[in-house]
Design a binder for this molecule. Sequence first.
Ligand code: NAD
Ligand code: IPM
Ligand code: MN
Length: 363
Amino acid sequence: MKLKILVVAGDGIGPEVTGEAVAVLREVAALGGHEFNFSERRIGGVAIVKDGTPLPAETLSEALASDAVLLGAVGGNEFNSLPPDKRPEAGLLQLRAALGGFANLRPAFAFKELAVNSPLKPEVTDGADIMFVRELLGGLYFGQPREWNRATGEAWNTMRYTKDEVARVARVAFKLAQGRRKKVTSVDKANVLEVSQLWRATVTEVAAEFPDVTLEHQYVDAMAMHLMNQPRNYDVVVTENLFGDILSDEAAVITGSLGMLPSATIGGKVDLYEPVHGSAPDIAGKGLANPLGAILTGSMILRLTAGLEAEAAAIRAAVRRVLEEGFRTPDLARSNPEGYQVLSTKEMGAKVREAVKTLLVNA
Ligand code: NAD
Ligand code: IPM
Ligand code: MN
């Protein structure tokens, strides 16, 4: 199998975690006789500094010529005073728009080995397995008009969706639910917002195409609470861009760390893969970052873009194995009653590679 992957590592811990994800993918390729070609380009803050723009044309054209794009993270405190369209984050949003993927899959899975790291009780998180489907190309992030009018002291953004934009992401959610526990929870604010009323009506209409799947609706404020109280209650959760951004970070609490969450964006010209977390300036460059979210993101590339199910499963199993063996990065060892062995980013990556090798060789 041949695969052309563009790595846009970005800022902060981005290069640290994508480095480990790529190393794991190289191991898989070597063991299975696959040909994965990796190239690297700049995005975000590093691109602003070196190229004067957060998404250089060369990065975009290389992305469009690839089978998959793996992004680390973008953003840094030194760019905080820039307007939104000049910031590192703008590079990521432009890349998302250009690649065209509208369904951002963010699985949040509670490894029972990490229960001790969550402030939630193990009996609440045990077995939680949620697939967030975040709409990624609409809503407040892209709606026009948007402006900060300094003269009048007003600013506005627009939460806008068309019926087709809602229907296409809803279909992705229902199809995923058919292969899981057959339940979709649609999250909106239909008690206040017209755009959410359109959302709710459209998702309800699409549900009729999937009679084997149960649909429920939740308001986003209540959902934020239910997620912490009864995370096991949810299977596929579909929601608009900003609500999905917020709820998926909240779901990190169920898994034990934001550093555990992977994501994949599908439905466009080229699939885009990114861990859910950001550039983590507070720990960047210190070898403290958890690479498991990025490594699991690599597993999603294998499953969704390459169709290499067994290899993707081996990466997930390898992550479980290193956790079972008691290895942790610092974010996973806030409480350390069992005397876990705390590893650096690179050491954790090496442990996963070792486990992947054992699993694939003995498969
Ligand atoms: P963040 O996700 O970078 O960090 C939040 C907290 O989680 C921090 O305490 C951080 O140390 C911790 N954390 C995150 N990832 C971790 C990992 N892999 N291992 C261990 N700990 C981890 O969010 P933030 O601090 O709000 O934002 C920092 C910058 O990142 C901002 O510029 C923001 O815009 C950007 N950001 C980028 C992306 C992306 O590129 N996809 C996503 C989110 C935030
Ligand atoms: C994420 C991030 C991005 C988003 C930012 C950096 C643009 O928070 O991927 O969750 O809001 O989508
Ligand atoms: Mn986010």
